[in-house]
Design a protein around this ligand. Structure first.
Ligand code: ZN
Ligand code: ZN
Length: 314
């Protein structure tokens, strides 16, 4: 269809929004052409890919890699912006054969996601302790997905962060910050002794999604930062780089994941689940880990619970 057009003509039609005047090009195709011309994966193609990916059985190597994982270090409950009670998330994890699940609801600043104040987090710790007695030997790890604030500090009290089993630190604001500012901010968070995992490092969104408040978020590009400096700091400070398995994130992108492998990082393959069914998304992350040559021993959530806790508590 557009193969017959030369580049200048294609550019002119994109600019003047006249692609749909061409025979056989409807609004969807036109939108895809415009996105492809910008170097993006067309939205509807990305949606299709994800729809099919969920229907196909996992390849043997992916299934084996997934089988080596003992738990998940990033999940939300209805205490923040997840849709289900803690118990239902834990029961779903048990059904998947997991030995542990880190409950990482959002931190106070993320009001749009109903982030937990210090008081609410304290209460949650009591609830988790109670559930752990009932669900033993399964273990809900206490945790947080802590906002990395603009100055690189973490959005929760030191005292509470020190009591949690797992701290995932993520950037959720000012995602379009200038490269050096974003790098400094991430370096500070990675070096923080409380931080165990650097969550969804680029913040990209591949396909649109609905937020808890019903607002629709549009796809967005990666944040800009010096990935080599940040991943090197992760190695230095023993912070794992998250391989986020959410279909709309798949973060880090493969080229950055390959860089992190090359630099010697450790990884956490997480689902960032906001509902019980989403805990099954780890296959996405495993597939990408295999593609980039991640050694399963470098994946901290393949480790037995005691080893994992010795690592996070170090
Ligand atoms: Zn997040
Ligand atoms: Zn999250």
């Amino acid at each position: 269809m557009v193969d017959g057009l030369d580049e200048a003509e294609l550019a002119r039609r994109i600019r003047t929004k006249t692609l749909t005047d061409l025979k056989g090009i409807g609004p969807k195709t036109a939108a895809a052409i415009v996105q492809a011309a910008r170097g993006e994966v067309p939205e509807y193609l990305a949606t299709l890919e994800h729809a099919y990916a969920e229907q196909l059985p996992a390849a043997d190597d992916v299934a084996a890699f997934r089988g080596a994982l003992r738990g998940d270090l990033h999940a939300h409950s209805d205490w923040s912006d997840g849709g289900s009670p803690i118990r239902e998330m834990a029961e779903a994890a048990i059904a998947l054969g997991h030995e542990y699940l880190a409950l990482t609801d959002h931190s106070p600043r993320l009001t749009v996601a109903n982030g937990l104040s210090p008081e609410r987090l304290e209460k949650q710790l009591d609830v988790v302790a109670q559930l752990n007695e009932e669900l033993d030997p399964f273990r809900i790890l206490t945790g947080i997905e802590c906002d990395i604030t603009i100055d690189g500090s973490l959005d929760q009290t030191d005292e509470l962060l020190g009591r949690l089993d797992v701290v995932v630190a993520s950037v959720h604001s000012d995602l379009r910050a200038e490269r050096s500012a974003m790098t400094q901010r991430m370096l500070a968070a990675v070096a923080n002794p409380h931080t165990d995992v650097l969550g969804h490092c680029t913040g990209r969104l591949l396909i649109p999604r609905e937020q808890r408040n019903g607002k629709r978020q549009r796809p967005r590009p990666e944040s800009e930062f010096d990935a080599e400096a940040v991943f090197t700091a992760c190695v230095e400070h023993g912070t794992a780089v998250e391989i986020n398995s959410r279909p709309e994130r798949l973060d880090p992108p493969l080229r950055l994941l390959a860089l992190a492998v090359e630099l010697g990082c450790e990884f956490a393959i997480d689902t960032d689940a906001h509902a019980p069914g989403q805990l099954d998304w780890q296959y996405n992350g495993c597939e990408r880990a295999i593609e980039c040559g991640v050694d399963v021993d470098r994946v901290v959530n393949s480790w037995p619970l005691d080893d994992l806790l010795a690592w996070t508590g170090r």
